[in-house]
Design a protein around this ligand. Structure first.
Ligand code: FES
Ligand code: FE2
Length: 342
């Protein structure tokens, strides 16, 4: 998947990257993350040039990353600047084959990019997290590992019909309610605007929408790996679930979920409840996706479609364009009207 390397992916939460190095995998690349003296996050291959020990099991000292096997020390440019067996200061010439990977930090995440896009016009900046540190908003951040590939994770997060089965009662109740939606695929993005959805929010209806008022619900997919689900209730309450699915190793995906909410005066107290319910829903998805992933690994991703799956076809069309090396923002815009029952 070489063309997917040109996007920014979360490598770690900023708060997790402190004095000691971290090990992480992005698109099957094994990386070590560490902080230079000036606070910059450095991402390098997790492999010592000397005898291939993992640098992530080393330590950071004096602005250098030291391998734990024979103590070679690397600077932030990937140059070997310390070799104890050579009396400390080595002769030059030993450094990483290519410079460290690009990193940046935004909204409490360390992002890494494994390759630069072929031209600047293809550049897609890291996703700007909605309402990050905005007054009146609360946030729960969860990190979970899925035994499923990125495409199936993305599909799950913006799939309404499964919520009445996998998350029965917790999220939705299957009651044969007709839901219509407009699906727009444009500019490397899929936008789904639901029409006429009421308060079918399972247990949470009692708290979030006791009057069963119509709900404003929009879902988004942003290339190549981000989904955002937004609910806006008649009483002004808002709830946004943003998921960044990071391809890790093999068909494992590390998913960073931000649950941001604005529940009036209850916002300040809601954290433990949102966290618990959010993790419960994610655990149910981990379970069904592991099962699906096993079967897909054996038989391939051969799917049949029902009406609401038009959304997933749009996502796949965008990801297929990226895989072909195209700029998915240049796909001709398309709009579909769909309806289904939940
Ligand atoms: S393997 Fe890293 S210093 Fe020897
Ligand atoms: Fe789900």
């Amino acid at each position: 998947m070489p063309h997917f390397r040109c996007f920014w992916y979360i490598a770690a939460e900023s708060r997790a990257l402190r004095r000691q190095p971290l090990r992480c995998n992005v698109l099957d690349e094994e990386l070590v993350l560490w902080r230079a003296d000036d606070g910059r996050a450095i991402a390098m291959p997790d492999r010592c040039l000397h005898r291939c020990a993992r640098l992530s099991s080393g330590r950071v000292e004096g602005g250098r990353l030291h391998c734990r096997y024979h103590g070679w020390g690397y600077d932030a440019a990937g140059q070997v600047v310390h070799i104890p067996a050579e009396g400390g200061c080595p002769a030059g010439g030993r450094k990483l084959e290519s410079p460290p990977f690009e990193t940046c930090e935004q909204d409490g995440y360390v992002y890494v990019r494994l390759a630069k896009p072929a031209n600047a016009a293809r550049d897609v900046p890291p996703f700007a997290m909605p309402h990050w540190q905005a007054p009146g908003w609360g946030r729960v951040r969860l990190v979970n590992r899925f035994d499923a590939d990125v495409a199936d994770c993305i599909e799950n997060y913006i799939d309404v019909p499964h919520t009445a089965f996998v998350h029965a009662k917790l999220f939705r109740v299957s009651q044969g309610e007709r839901i219509a939606a407009t699906v727009i695929r444009e500019n490397g993005m899929v936008r789904v605007v639901y029409h006429g959805e009421r308060g079918n929010l399972g247990f949470w209806r009692h708290f979030l929408n006791p009057g069963n008022a119509p709900v404003v619900h929009e879902d988004h997919f942003y290339q190549p790996n981000i989904t955002s689900v937004r609910y806006h209730l008649a009483n002004g309450y808002q709830f946004i679930i943003t998921s960044q699915s990071v391809p890790s190793q093999g068909r494992q995906t590390l998913v960073y979920t931000d649950l941001s909410y604005r529940f009036g005066w209850f916002t300040a107290l809601a954290w433990p409840f949102v966290r618990r319910a959010g993790q419960q829903v994610i655990d149910q998805d981990i379970d069904i996706l592991a099962e699906q992933g096993e079967v897909v690994a054996r038989h391939g991703r051969h799917y049949r479609y029902s009406a609401p799956d038009r959304i997933h076809r749009c996502v796949d069309e965008i990801r297929d364009a990226i895989a072909r090396g195209e700029d998915a923002r240049c796909l001709p815009p398309q709009t579909f009207e769909i309806e289904f029952y939940v």
